[in-house]
Design a protein around this ligand. Sequence first.
Ligand SMILES: N[C@@H](CCC(=O)N[C@@H](CS)C(=O)NCC(=O)O)C(=O)O
Length: 399
Amino acid sequence: MFHHRQLQSICRVAATNPGILHSITTVSSIGTESQLLNSYTVTPPIKPWPQKLTHKRLCSIITNQQNLDLALQIFHYAGNYHPNFHHSYETYHAIIHKLSRQRAFEPISSLLNELRNSRIKCGENLFITLIRYYGIASRPKEAIKIFLRINDFGVKSWGASAANIFTSPSSMEPNKQRHSPVDSSSAPKLVLYSYWQSSCSWRVRFGLNLKGLSYEYRAVNLAKGEQFTSEFGKVNPLRYVPVLVDGDVVVSDSYAILLCLEEKYPQKPLLPADPQLRAINLQAASIVSSSIQPLHMLSLLKYVEEKVGPEEQQAWAHVHIEKGFLALEKLLKDCAGPYATGEEVFLADVFLAPQIAVATKRFNVDMSKFPTLRTVYESCNALPEFQASLPDRQPDAVQ
Ligand SMILES: N[C@@H](CCC(=O)N[C@@H](CS)C(=O)NCC(=O)O)C(=O)O
């Protein structure tokens, strides 16, 4: 017999898991509620669904999923149907970060209720993420509501972070005492040698901001030749910025730095999971860093000026930037969305946006010939993480 309670069970499951109930078999032969629930054929929302599911793997699947509905379904499917899988603070953080970043706040309150009832031990980052994105979305009331609920989740050491997040006008201004979205207790202090106008440094600033990593800004004034001091020579014998110091590890070259960051700090991946999109991101980043920027760098332009003449500088830079942009436009045309490889900002964007800014502002390149690249720039420019990385907002900027 088909009971009212059984029907309620179906509705409850269907409501929280849209799209994953595939079929119900022979209802009349089902006796109990659990028999009824077991009789569903529940199909995973993505194929192939991993046989072995770890928290890290789920976080990466959610983070790389471009479709928000699907990301939510994946989260629910893992918690409800994957054998022996239980959500963790990290998996809740991944889905809440994903949703709030895209301003899809609606499902968040029920996720928070679930999280609170689960008694999972929570860290502060999830709440900082939420407060920040409510802030960015100009929803201060919701930000305050989250702040007031924080004690329900038993977060330790929240006081100091809270003070920072609400008193700092921007949580992403460099070289100021500010809160880091990674737990500062476990993260070594990062130091970035940078110059405000250097596009290579800009990439790293943008990447660090996307990953929510705070760092100390050490200015190297290229205009005054500070790259040639013996002190800087010890940090980078090649005498270029950027250089990142992460504990005992000193890495120069923006490409190497960003790949090292990607390995060590997986939050907000800069490379997508899809192998083809991953390859395109690496290729686009490499085109900018090896086949465009080196051909208009300061020392090379000085050489051209001395050996050929000052008027040749601009023409030389133009030819090489446009050649590179043409190749990038072709490379990205079919996979681009608002960002270089779709709906999410990745490594290609991190390299492209500063390069496009330099091309237009310093070398007057006309971007109407490169509509895909122009869109990528506009999308990045709308991001607070990019805004905080702008040359003018750096401590060594000369206005
Ligand atoms: N491939 C390196 C290039 C670094 C580079 O060219 N840095 C420029 C600033 S964007 C520099 O330090 N120039 C100093 C000079 O030319 O003397 C990277 O991507 O970091």
